[in-house]
Design a protein around this ligand. Structure first.
Ligand code: IMP
Length: 422
């Protein structure tokens, strides 16, 4: 069975926990897009591991973990993640693979990301990790890929070509001194040596795995509304975070995908700029941020919080082909009197039930809420759907109803065991 796992909101839905649970049941775990703009923490016993690039499935013995061609890789970050695994005695040598075709984040991408952001009138609030400029070079056909690091001549030509144009832009547009060929060339060839044992044609590897009836988990980073096509553009990331990206980002064809699982929080959060119709007012927003510990895993930035938005979640079910839902952080809603679900938007006296593409409309739309009764703190953590408070059950059934997909997992705490399977 090949499963794609996607975020249904603006990222940070808690995909890491679901991935950790599902990883135990599959043979392969594959990242298909994004880069070290993503991040999640996995706690095993007393040890805490933070992953930005390597699938956390690597912590489970015997699982083969791949970074697919759709991912952009900052080699320094990858090197330090591998070092940390090694330091903790995790043996990954035969089970970690990197696609030959994955693009590399270069030093100039990171600078450009930050410089462009300072010049923009409408700031995106990027993570500043060079993600956008790296994907831009990929599309501009001047990107540098993992395989290039294994061929000095190809790499040297490509890097020279890039620096010729980029240094001129850095000097003339940004008054930045530019970058030295020799320094990057040497540094990146060293990365190449380091990664060589893991670099391979992962598309061939994964298609063989499909033929052998192995199980594969394809993990998306970010979320549907940060997707370059379907997100709240331009306040999005630069890759295809939706399930379609799982095919282009790995080389596994659509006919070989069996199921798409959508992950969403029981409420909504977003980091960075951009429209957010159900955003809480400041006071309640701060209360919920502290209650849910809503601070970015990668940048530590406070996340904006709001009520569950069924308009975007429904769109997400449609765009991704989601049939099963994992509802995360349900416990954060414990103890709140009245809980709201946004079922439509209102703009200029019109009710809008579908996600609007017009930027002004989305920014100014007022949410239409359905109010539901809350439930008390559930100190004796329920272990099954039946043990949940009746109002919590009603809330989940309402989400299921509104979204047209089955709730198959509910998370009520960060520990693995604080999960209800339905
Ligand atoms: P970039 O991906 O660094 O270019 O940032 C573009 C937008 O996506 C910004 O609003 C970021 O805050 C947001 N973003 C990128 N990665 C994540 C993530 O993993 N979780 C939540 N937001 C993200």
């Amino acid at each position: 069975m090949n499963i794609v796992l996607v975020g249904m909101q603006w990222g940070d839905e808690g995909k890491g926990k679901v991935i950790d649970i599902l990883s135990q049941k599959v043979d392969y775990v594959v990242r298909y897009q994004g880069g070290n703009n993503a991040g999640h923490t996995v706690v095993v016993g007393a040890k805490e591991y933070v992953f930005h690039l390597i699938p956390s499935g690597i912590l489970h013995a015997g699982k083969i973990c791949c970074i697919g061609n759709g991912v952009v890789i900052d080699p320094e970050v990858l090197k330090s993640e591998l070092n940390s695994l090694r330091k903790n005695g995790i043996d990954f040598d035969k089970r970690f693979k990197i696609s030959t075709l994955a693009h590399l984040i270069m030093p100039y991408h990171k600078n450009l990301d930050q410089l462009r952001e300072t010049k923009r009138m409408n700031k995106i609030g990027t993570t500043g990790r060079g993600i956008g400029p790296c994907y831009a070079d990929k599309i501009n056909r001047c990107g540098i890929r993992m395989v290039d690091l294994l061929n000095r001549r190809v790499f040297s030509d490509k890097l020279k070509d890039n620096l010729k144009e980029k240094n001129e832009i850095f000097k003339k547009v940004y008054r930045h001194p530019g970058f030295s060929f020799q320094q990057i060339y040497r540094q990146y060839l060293n990365y190449g040596k380091l990664f060589e044992p893991y670099i391979c044609n992962t598309a061939v590897l994964l298609n063989k795995a499909c033929n052998d009836k192995s199980d594969i988990l394809l993990e998306g980073a970010q979320g549907t509304f940060l997707d370059i096509d379907f997100g709240t553009y331009p306040f999005v990331t630069s890759s295809s975070a939706t399930s379609g990206g799982a095919c282009t980002g790995t080389g596994i064809p659509p006919v070989k995908i069996d199921k798409v699982v959508g992950v969403c929080k029981a409420y909504t959060t977003r980091v960075g700029e951009g429209p957010f119709p159900t955003e809480f007012t400041e006071g309640f927003g701060k209360f919920m941020r502290d209650k849910g510990n809503e601070f970015g895993a990668t940048t530590g930035r406070p996340r904006r919080c709001g009520w569950f938005d069924a308009v975007i979640a429904r769109e997400s079910v449609m765009l991704n082909g989601i049939t099963e839902l994992a509802i995360m952080k349900m416990d954060v809603l414990d103890g709140i009197d009245k809980i709201k679900i946004c079922v439509a938007y209102k703009y200029k006296n019109k009710i809008i039930k579908e996600f609007p593409h017009d930027f002004e409309l989305l920014s100014k739309a007022a949410p239409v809420y359905k109010e539901m009764a809350g439930w008390p703190n559930q100190a004796n953590k329920p272990r099954s759907f039946k043990e949940l408070h009746p109002n919590a059950r009603a809330y989940l059934l309402e989400l299921q109803n509104l979204l047209g997909a089955k709730v198959s997992m509910v998370s009520i705490g960060s520990a693995r065991k604080a999960t209800i399977f339905i």
